[in-house]
Unconditional design. Structure first.
Length: 254
């Protein structure tokens, strides 16, 4: 089955309301939540009501400032293969906190785990991430699956971004498998996030070529909100997805 996943649940009211609406319409079948977001406790119960129809995952965050914790710069994490010991310890602690917070809010382990801005596959973070999830879930009979982000460069309007993700992702699925964690088979959803980007055309192509356990990422929101650099793009995604077929029906043959 194709996995159509909305990221950033809990970040803002508009994002959370938009994702809930799409889930209730059958337009999404997975949601990735930001457990540090102050609004998430207000929205966790509503999402949990949909758990039978929607997978709920942890959106591991390091680059968005929450809870008075400073954010790491994405490019810093991307370009540093070895981080200082203090930062490694901090990242491990943040991941442990976010996994624990997820279980407190949802009463169970996540169905899957991924990373905000794909931090979980970045060179200096990857080994910490794999070590911590293995400690927490390695002996569990139902382990969360992990998002891998290898992206086809011909199915996007920003090939450079897709190439960078492919480089960052190299070896990651094999490392997950070695520890006993499954990953999605393929990944879609990478594009420029510009308001004028051909999202509808791209989404049609992504879904049309998706096979079993292809994950298609999206970032919808029900309204434009100040302070969010891609808010207009999020609203466009919401409108396109609202008009799209029920993902459960469209994915039935995959």
């Amino acid at each position: 089955m194709t996995i159509l996943c909305a990221d950033d649940y809990g970040m803002t009211a508009g994002i959370s309301e938009g994702i809930l609406a799409l889930c209730r319409q059958g337009k999404l079948n997975a949601v990735s939540v930001m457990t540090e977001a102050p609004l998430l406790p207000d929205y966790a119960a509503q999402l949990l009501e949909l758990a039978g129809k929607v997978q709920i995952g942890l959106h591991f965050n390091l680059t968005m400032p929450f809870q008075d914790k400073p954010a790491y710069a994405r490019n810093y994490l991307m370009l540093r293969p070895i981080l200082p010991a203090q930062e490694r310890a901090d990242i491990a602690q943040r991941l442990r906190f976010q996994m624990q917070r997820f279980e407190e809010l949802f009463g169970r382990a996540p169905d899957f785990i991924d990373g905000h801005e794909h931090v979980h596959v970045m060179p200096g973070v990857r080994s910490i991430f794999l070590s911590e999830i293995s400690k927490r879930f390695g002996t569990s009979s139902k382990r969360p699956w992990i998002r891998q982000v290898a992206s086809p460069v011909l199915k996007t309007n920003t090939r450079f971004k897709a190439l960078v993700l492919n480089v960052l992702n190299f070896g990651f699925p094999a490392a997950c498998k070695k520890l006993g964690f499954e990953t999605n088979n393929a990944f879609r959803g990478v594009y420029s996030l510009a308001p004028g980007a051909p999202f509808e055309q791209l989404m049609t192509g992504w879904l049309g070529t998706a096979n079993d356990r292809t994950l298609v990422m999206c970032h919808p929101s029900a309204e434009v909100e100040p302070g969010d650099a891609i808010s207009q793009t999020r609203v466009r995604e919401f409108k396109v997805l609202s008009d799209a077929p029920d993902v459960r029906k469209s994915a039935a043959g995959n």
